[in-house]
Design a protein around this ligand. Structure first.
Ligand code: ATP
Length: 461
């Protein structure tokens, strides 16, 4: 499997992802998506939105605000319980997740252990750390674990006196629950139906890291799917299946994907059943996405706290009012992108002692779909290539590259995952045809310029 070092360096070199605030020496654990990364991210979000909103009659979209009334987070339980167990190195005061240190200790010292660390209380963790003598990664003693709330607090209002505390949302889901009534009234959907949303979320993670895997600011694609209480299992299973299928559609290596049934106290405060979709990242098997049965927890609590009725009236029997139950497929955009990079990366020996790096993105995900490459910078070739480029406008995402040897240009396109390269040579001026080179097979074929648009459309499906 590709190492993180290789991936991070490729991402920077080719313009997928840069360290955040780079010219100021960066800001720990912040990353900026460059031209190719921004496009890849866009492709992931567009594919998801198309699949879950545009192609379905039982789903609608929403784009809620990041800042919400703080009462939302009290009602949702986040103020009280959205915590991680924090321990500090008693000497350096560096902070660590107690659960992560215990997991690392078990993996090293007692790999056969069946202990579910996520299910341990703060007191149990404290006792375990003391009993086993677990130290900080720097070898020092640890303080007792305490619960640390992950929500970022900020304030609105221009004068000190009039300032109000607000939170940056730690998940996008709550905007969906808060708008349940608005959406129901305006969209006139019937159960079962879902609301989908893409947006930024913020968590003051104790130990961010592993590149874009765990950051303080990230994007989520979330669905709240509202169902009759007694039908939750069948809808849970349907989304469970859908998530695996969608992983394959976008090009994730499905043999890297594993389901983990979350049990007991490890379940989030709102959930009756959760399946984590884990992925084999270069740093281990870690959560990629989550699927949770949230019961009627959120709607009931928001109804109580706001005084609004958040109910659904059965169209077949107006006297029957129900609070729908909820299935929540929750996907992180950034983790999906990282898993796609890991899935796509391949080093291939093309000749004795000669290897190429190729990103095997699907044509839909590839940031660049067609590279237009005039063989020479002169002799009318760039002008002819411009004609080809114009014929593909609105059909494919193209990159026009005139610099360097053709071999190097092919390798560069392989490394960014471009499925097709179109080369314009001197013969093109005579026969009005171009050479198309395929990323995966490296085979080449001659195609008439007049046919190139329809050819590309066929190849990119
Ligand atoms: P973890 O156990 O890794 O902290 P979580 O169970 O807290 O994740 P959820 O609350 O289920 O995560 O959030 C849904 C999805 O949002 C996750 O599956 C993941 O894809 C993404 N996500 C959560 N936290 C982060 C983060 N700090 N950075 C990037 N993506 C994240």
């Amino acid at each position: 499997m590709v190492t993180m070092e290789t991936l991070v360096s490729l991402c920077k070199r080719r313009g997928f992802i840069y360290p955040g605030s780079d010219i100021y020496g960066g800001l720990a654990n912040s990353w900026d998506y460059g031209p190719l990364g921004a496009q890849l991210k866009q492709n992931i979000k567009a594919a998801w939105w198309k699949a879950v909103v545009e192609s379905r009659q039982d789903m609608v979209g929403l784009d809620g605000a990041i800042l919400m009334n703080p009462r939302v987070w009290e009602a949702s339980g986040h103020v009280a319980t959205f915590n991680d167990p924090l321990v500090e190195d008693a000497v350096s005061h560096k902070r660590f997740r107690a659960d992560h240190l215990i997991e690392a200790w078990i993996a090293k010292k007692d790999p056969e252990s069946t202990l579910v660390v996520d299910a341990m209380s703060t007191e149990e963790m404290a006792a375990f750390i003391a009993e086993k003598g677990i130290k900080s990664p720097d070898g020092n003693a640890l303080t007792a674990p305490k619960q640390f709330n992950l929500m970022f607090e900020t304030s609105t209002g221009v004068t000190e006196k009039g300032k109000n505390s607000v939170y940056l949302r730690p998940e996008t889901a709550q905007a969906i629950f808060v708008n349940f009534k608005n959406v129901l009234t305006t969209s006139r959907k019937r159960l079962p139906f879902g609301i989908a949303q893409i947006g930024k979320a913020f968590r003051n993670e104790i130990t961010p890291g592993n590149f874009i895997f765990r950051t303080l600011e990230f994007e989520q694609m979330e669905i709240e799917y509202f169902v009759e209480a007694e039908e939750w299992e069948q809808h849970f299973e349907a989304w469970n299946k859908w998530m695996e299928e969608w992983a394959a559609v976008i090009g994730l290596k499905t043999d890297h994907l594993h389901r983990l049934e979350v049990v007991g106290d490890a379940l989030a405060h709102y959930s009756k059943r959760t399946v984590d979709f884990e992925f084999d990242f270069p740093f281990g098997k870690k959560e990629l996405w989550g699927l949770a049965y949230r019961t009627d927890f959120d709607l009931t609590n928001h109804a109580k706290a706001s005084g609004e009725k958040l109910e659904y009236t059965d169209p077949a029997d107006n006297s029957r009012k129900v609070v729908p139950h909820v299935i929540e497929p929750s996907l992180g955009v950034d983790r999906t992108l990282l898993a796609l990079l890991v899935s796509a990366y391949e080093e291939e020996e093309v000749a004795e002692g000669d290897t190429r790096v190729v990103m095997r993105f699907t044509p839909q995900m590839a940031p660049v779909q067609v590279a237009i490459l005039p063989l020479m910078k002169k002799g009318g070739l760039p002008e002819k290539a411009e004609e080809v480029l114009a014929s593909l406008a609105g059909i494919a995402r193209c990159d026009f590259d005139v610099t360097g040897s053709i071999g190097k240009r092919y390798r560069r396109q392989d490394e960014i995952g471009t499925p097709l390269c179109v080369t314009i040579d001197y013969d093109s001026l005579e026969d009005n045809a171009v050479t198309v080179r395929h990323r995966d097979s490296m085979e080449q074929e001659r195609v008439a310029i007049a046919d190139i648009a329809s050819y590309v459309v066929k190849k990119l499906v």
